[in-house]
Design a protein around this ligand. Structure first.
Ligand code: HEC
Ligand code: HEC
Ligand code: HEC
Ligand code: HEC
Ligand code: HEC
Ligand code: HEC
Ligand code: HEC
Length: 639
């Protein structure tokens, strides 16, 4: 979410924009009658149940420790897609396809993309072509990790000085081709930041710096480990193996089978319930959740209000399963859950597929089974899932179920497959968890305000309809806690949508008062300050953003633009060079570079750069020429 929202923010360009009219009478929200309500207590400390590894002091020990005593599980688990959800490139480099028949190179976005293998290393090289097919620049990034085990495909991650980015190229398993990664079209090609939430679901314990956009304290990633589903293993490794006499449970570690159904499902929902928006609850951090606790104590997950009703097109496995008659009709310890059908420790061999699922179905449907005639069923080799859990036609999209988990009575004839992108939400968005039904809980109202602001920024909800409600929710939240950084940030977004940069800036500054290194707020504040021509403040914010994350080309381009305006040429030159090294496509940075060249009297080189820029942005040619003529006139020394 953070990444997507930031992408939109950065889309706001510093390009000869008049300052918008603003209303100075607006009061900064949350300023009056401030009461401070501390966040709800840490659920891990408040926990009163039997499990001893819920407490935050119990440490993680890593999969290798578990393997010493649970060798068989460890062995099969490490071939499961979840264990390989993110792998170092060396693990896949040799097995990947590099031939032309797999679309290497692939042509897209006026470029030719090459996937180059050098032994255990892989590089993604972009050759950018101009309108006449001439080469404008080459830009290469190293793919350090493959994300996605390959069931549907791989995408690739690259670390650049501690910041994590996704490369533009993905492998699509079903079509067996390389292609542009989904959603890359609209974004800047060279820098799609990958945030901690993405790796929360795809890696074990990534050391994400939570105030940052995409900074990590260690650039080592590994696939999902045992302790994500069982909780930290320190106590269990030290004194484990002893079972409680009565319950037969070993309380040093969580066995999800022993949890009541809702808590058992929460273990899988950590990652398999993305919802329309997921919001960390006030006071909680990304990795606070522990198996054995309710997910709702850590995250609010919002879904469209009509989603849980029958027939609605929902995307995730969890949401679909909740719609099934099997889930709704079962109860108690026998309640249908993910592990009713899936073995979390082992991938399923293709030849076991039909028998495995039939056995699982018959555990509940043994005595009252299928009502279709035996002959009809035999025609399908009596495969329960062939008729009741059919695959969707287009199953290549990550984050949408490709097998129908609603378990329908009859194959839904002609129903279109679920498509994540055209998910249309009404203005009613509710918490997935039943506690949210009343929506009276002020903490939940705060989360909803934050979630709605994201959905509007992402274009899934209409600001004209939903902004007033969102503002009301956030105002209340900020009165309750004027130091709530997330709520301030969401409030700032509502001002962005209302085109009120002055108040937007005030809201970001309120967030920064509590968390001065909140990178996305620095960026938001810088853009808002720029819009209202508060150049000193904008300079300060961009400088701080660059200091925190030196490899974001857009930060440097914006900073350079303010510096050339201030005639601070030495600093401007350095920013332009850094920007264009990171992102040769960056037009704003290149224009500032042209100004620096003109200032130095390097007219020929400036001219060459202008031609390059025109080739990159053919649509802007006339405007660029006029701009260049004007700048050369200005820079010409007085006679
Ligand atoms: C020193 C040996 C040892 C190590 C290391 C070890 N375990 Fe165990 N574990 C056991 C024994 C023994 C049992 C009880 C087995 C039984 O009675 O079937 C057990 C039981 C369990 C159970 C079931 C508990 C229950 O209540 O049903 C889980 C889950 C588990 N281990 C997970 C792990 C994980 C995860 C790790 C790594 C963090 C790990 N174990 C490391 C020895 C170990
Ligand atoms: C830490 C996040 C996380 C948790 C917790 C988690 N999953 Fe997953 N799961 C994933 C990701 C990511 C993938 C996709 C892996 C890939 O293909 O790269 C996945 C894939 C799967 C698959 C598809 C496997 C295949 O053959 O393609 C199944 C089934 C699954 N998970 C079941 C479960 C169940 C059951 C639980 C709870 C017991 C669970 N998961 C908990 C993240 C998680
Ligand atoms: C809320 C958890 C969650 C987040 C956040 C998330 N994913 Fe996933 N992702 C999953 C799960 C679960 C699956 C597998 C099941 C599915 O497709 O629904 C998956 C599947 C994928 C796959 C296909 C895997 C395969 O084996 O083919 C790719 C690629 C992927 N995700 C990339 C990303 C990237 C990149 C991000 C961040 C920008 C991201 N995901 C964010 C949970 C998540
Ligand atoms: C995706 C979640 C997930 C991951 C990852 C995971 N487990 Fe489990 N584990 C479970 C669930 C769920 C159960 C209960 C299974 C059931 O009810 O059938 C379980 C049960 C167990 C048990 C109890 C004995 C048994 O066979 O049921 C042990 C021991 C265990 N896991 C060890 C491990 C070890 C060791 C690893 C890592 C190599 C690991 N698990 C990884 C979810 C997971
Ligand atoms: C945990 C137990 C459980 C499992 C496992 C289970 N079901 Fe069900 N299923 C139920 C219950 C309970 C109902 C509702 C029965 C009723 O209302 O009479 C049901 C209903 C159904 C229905 C009727 C749906 C309708 O809309 O009328 C079908 C079809 C079905 N199940 C198929 C399957 C298939 C196929 C599998 C295996 C892939 C499966 N079930 C696994 C418990 C289960
Ligand atoms: C009633 C049985 C059943 C239940 C319950 C169930 N699944 Fe599945 N799941 C399947 C079947 C069948 C497939 C398809 C397997 C195949 O085609 O080989 C599947 C496939 C998947 C896949 C691979 C992607 C896809 O859509 O084909 C994921 C991920 C997954 N399930 C996650 C989950 C999660 C998470 C839960 C719990 C919310 C869950 N499943 C509950 C039967 C079930
Ligand atoms: C050839 C397709 C086909 C196969 C294979 C099949 N079913 Fe069905 N099943 C149907 C149809 C069609 C119905 C609805 C029949 C009706 O409305 O009377 C149905 C109905 C059901 C029902 C609802 C029964 C009721 O009385 O309400 C259940 C439960 C069920 N199937 C389970 C299963 C299980 C379990 C398997 C595997 C052992 C299976 N089915 C295999 C097509 C199939």
């Amino acid at each position: 979410l953070v990444g997507a929202a930031l992408g939109l923010l950065l889309g706001v360009l510093f390009w000869l924009k008049p300052p918008p009219a603003t209303d100075r009478r607006d009061q900064p929200p949350g300023s009056a009658e401030a009461l401070t309500n501390p966040p709800p207590p840490d659920p891990r400390l408040a926990y009163a149940g039997p499990y001893r590894n819920v407490h935050p002091a119990v440490r993680y020990v890593g999969d290798a420790a578990c393997a010493e005593c649970h060798a068989a599980i460890a062995q099969t688990y490490h071939t499961h897609p979840m264990a390989r959800s993110v792998v170092p490139i060396a693990a896949v480099a040799a097995a990947q396809h590099y031939g032309r028949e797999y679309h290497n190179p692939l042509n897209a976005l006026h470029s030719r993309f090459f996937i180059d293998r050098q032994g255990e290393r892989v590089f993604h090289r972009q050759v950018r072509l101009g309108p006449a097919g001439q080469v404008l620049y080459e830009h290469t990034v190293e793919a350090h990790y493959a994300i996605g085990s390959g069931a549907r495909g791989h995408s690739y991650l690259t670390f650049r000085d501690g910041s994590l980015f996704q490369t533009p190229i993905s492998w699509f398993s079903q079509k067996q081709i390389w292609d542009l990664s989904p959603a890359f079209e609209a974004l800047k090609l060279t820098s799609r930041p990958v945030d901690g939430q993405c790796l929360f679901c795809h890696a074990n314990q990534a050391r994400f710096r939570e105030t940052s956009v995409n900074r990590f304290d260690a650039s080592v990633l590994s696939g999902i480990g045992c302790e994500r589903c069982h909780g930290p293993g320190e106590l269990h490794v030290k004194e484990g193996g002893r079972r409680d006499r009565q319950s037969r449970a070993d309380y040093t570690i969580v066995n999800p089978r022993r949890l009541e159904p809702a808590l058992r499902e929460a273990v899988c929902q950590q990652c398999h319930l993305e919802g329309a928006a997921r919001v960390l609850r006030r006071g909680r951090h990304l990795y606070d959740f522990r198996p054995g606790l309710p997910l709702a104590a850590f995250w609010s997950v919002f879904v469209p209000a009509d989603e849980l009703s029958e027939g609605h097109k929902s995307v995730s496995h969890v949401e679909q399963m909740y719609q099934s008659a099997c889930f709704r009709g079962s109860s108690g310890a026998a309640k249908l859950g993910c592990v009713s059908c899936h073995d979390p420790h082992a991938p399923l061999a293709a030849e076991r597929r039909l028998a495995h699922y039939r056995e699982r179905c018959l555990k509940c449907h043994g005595d009252h089974g299928c009502s279709a005639p035996a002959a009809v069923r035999q025609a399908k080799a009596d495969s329960c899932i062939a008729c009741h859990m059919p695959p969707y036609a287009n199953a290549d999209v990550a984050h949408t179920a490709s097998t129908n988990h609603r378990i329908p009575r009859r194959p839904p004839g002609g129903e279109p497959g679920p498509a994540g992108e055209d998910l249309l939400l009404g203005s009613q968005v509710v918490s997935f968890y039943p506690e949210g039904a009343g929506q009276r809980d002020p903490e939940l109202a705060r989360d909803l305000g934050i979630g709605l602001s994201f959905l509007m920024v992402m274009g899934k909800l209409s600001p004209s309809l939903d902004n007033p409600r969102t503002v009301a929710l956030l105002e209340t939240a900020l009165r309750r806690d004027p130091a709530d950084v997330e709520a301030w940030q969401a409030r700032a977004r509502t001002y962005t949508l209302a085109k009120n940069p002055r108040q937007e800036l005030a809201a970001y500054e309120a967030a920064l008062k509590t968390s001065p290194e909140q990178e996305s707020c620095l960026v938001g504040a810088a853009i808002a300050a720029q819009e209202i021509k508060e150049v000193d403040r904008a300079l300060d914010y961009w400088r701080r953003a660059v200091a925190l994350n030196p490899v974001m080309p857009t930060y440097r381009a914006n900073l350079a633009a303010l510096l050339t305006g201030r005639q601070a040429w030495t600093e401007a030159r350095a920013e332009c060079q850094a920007c264009l090294r990171l992102d040769p496509e960056n037009a704003l940075g290149r224009r500032q570079w042209i100004l620096c060249l003109l200032k130095d009297g390097a007219v020929q080189e400036a001219q060459r750069q202008l031609e390059l820029l025109e080739a990159l942005r053919p649509g802007d040619r006339d405007m660029l020429r006029a701009w260049f003529a004007e700048q050369t006139r200005r820079q010409r020394p007085a006679p």
